[in-house]
Every structure is written in C-alpha cells, then in structure tokens.
Design a protein around this ligand. Sequence first.
Ligand code: HEM
Length: 329
Amino acid sequence: MERFSVLFFLLLFTSACVQKAKADGILSTYYYQELCPIAEEIIRQHVETEVYQDPNVAAQLLRLHFHDCFVMGCDASILLDDFEGIESEKNAGPNLNSLRGFEVIDRMKYALEIACPGIVSCADIIAIAARDAVVSRGGPSWEVFLGRKDSLKASFYEANKRIPAPNSTLEILIANFEDHGLEIVDLVSLSGAHTIGRSRCTSFKQRLYNPQPFEEVWDVRQHEYFQLLRSICPEEGHDNDLVPLDIKTPRRFDNLYYVNLLRGHSLLTSDSQLVTEDTVEYIVSNLVWQYAFDQRLFFEHFVNSMIKMGNIGVLTVEGEVRHNCRYIN
Ligand code: HEM
C-alpha cells in the first residue's frame, strides 16, 4: 500500500512537472513522456542504424544541431528548403556542400509521424539525434530538454553572419559565442566536437599555403603535419576532398582532439586558436590542457555546454510542429 502511494505521488509529481514546463514555455526532459513515450527510442534506433551503415553520419548530426542553434535559435530553421518566400539556410556559405544529414532527419521524422502524428518537433529531433550521435561514437550521454517548436521561417542572411568562420581569431570566436549567450568554457568544450568528423580542404587550405601572421608554424611536429596536409590538399584543386578533424581517432568521441591541439596538430585555424600563447587566452589554453589530461572533465563540460547550446532561442509557444521538416505546414 505504502509503495503504491509513493508511486502514485511520483506519477502526480511528474505529470505536474510536465504541465508546469508546458505552461512556462520552458523545456523539460519529460515533454514526450505522455505525448509520445516512444519518441526518443525511435530516434535512438534510427541513429544507431544509420551510423552503423555510415559512421560519418554521427558527425553530420552533431554539426546540424550546432548550425541550427546558432541561427535564430534551435528551431529547425536549418531544415527548411527554398519554398514560397523561404530562403533556405542550407545554401548559405557555412552550409552549402558541407552540412549533411538532412535525409537522415527526414527518415526519423517519417517514422515519428507514423507513431505520433504532429507531436514531435523537428527541432527536438535534431537535439536528440545529436546526443545519440555522440553516444554512438563512444561519447557521453545526457538527458535532452525537450518541447521546442519549429520555426515558421529561415534566415539565409543570419546563417552567413552568425556561424563562425574557420579562419576566425580567438577574439572573434569568443565574441561570437558570447553573442549566443555562451562563455569561454563553452567555446572550448564544444570545439571538442571536432574529435569526430571531417573538413573539406577548402576550409583550411589557406593555412597551408598562406598562413596568417598569427599562425606561425611552431615546431617540427607541426611542420610534418602540414606536409601531410599539403599532400592531401594541393594548392590547386581538391577543394572538396575530406580530411579528419582529429587525425588520431577520427571516429571516436574522445579527448584526443585536445591532445592534438597541444601537439600542433590542429586542422582549422579556429582550432589552433585555442592554444595561442597570449592570455584571455591563458584561460582557454588552460582548459585545453585540462581536457587533454582528463577526459571525464571534458565530457562533463561538453554535456553542460550542449544543454546550454540546445536552449538558445528556443520557441515553445510560437512556432509549430512541422509535418515535414523541410516545409512549414
Ligand atoms: C568554434 C567554432 C567552430 C568553427 C569555426 C567550426 C568550423 C567547422 C568547419 C569549417 C568544419 C568543416 C566543414 C567543411 O569543410 O565541410 C567543421 C566540421 C565540424 N564541426 Fe565545427 N566549427 C565550430 C564549432 C563546432 C561546434 C560547436 C560543433 C558541435 C557542437 C561542431 C561540430 C562539427 C562537426 C561534428 C564537424 C564534422 C562534420 C562532418 O564530418 O560532416 N563544430 N566545423
């Protein structure tokens, strides 16, 4: 009898939390508990299968969440195609011929619309898929806060303006993240997403043939690394050839990205900026050293920062749940 009362109280409490979350317009980890209890399981199974078939999908899904959240917030605006007044973000500089995984999201949405029509937003699908993608490569797991609505618009202009460029200086990166309500610790831990995935030669080629003044080649090891990169990415052509962001364990979500940085094996200028020697900069490189030595700390900070990023500009009252992630209803 006593056990029954505790259970009943717990149910009541959970339901109250869900109601409160809905009323407040804030996200909640219980959001689909009543509305569509199998939502997360459907997404998890899709990610598992898709990553099994093509391990590159994990990095694509993770990056999709970042590029969604940094443009008008995590509202699935990134998924909208060009259509009737919508100028798709997919064609903006940082995304064109680079951002992938859209068909994977389509397939998840299709399955979710069969299971729970009109309930699970595309923005939530991206957020859950990003978490499951990290887990699929050996990274940490976390509870995803849910209840985002999908936007009714996209912004090609903001996609060009708000997503940081790979040749950004540290100052620019810090300012960009601050604009999104993120701190230095978020910049450093989220950059650790580059422990998986690949970059096209075009995104870093200028470093190899025309280094900026702030990018001195420091030592023999970096020199050798750059030689290797030059052999993959010659000065002319091969712009779309792909190179792993983490040269050591490109398909494993671990802390070797930071170890690479300390060895001078950073692929993008933006990565290399985390170990420059001047010093706000001290805070930044100090975090890099800590993550390089302590994967648990990296995972802990990464999870906190992903949750923070997943909260940027979310729509909980305005917006809709799209039936097809590529078009507004
Ligand atoms: C700090 C500023 C950042 C810059 C300047 C940046 C830039 C880039 C660039 C240029 C690429 C390669 C794109 C290409 O050449 O096709 C890339 C790949 C990637 N980025 Fe970032 N990024 C940043 C932060 C982040 C964050 C915060 C995340 C996620 C939390 C992330 C996740 C990824 C992933 C997973 C890939 C590999 C994608 C794939 O293999 O398809 N990046 N990034």
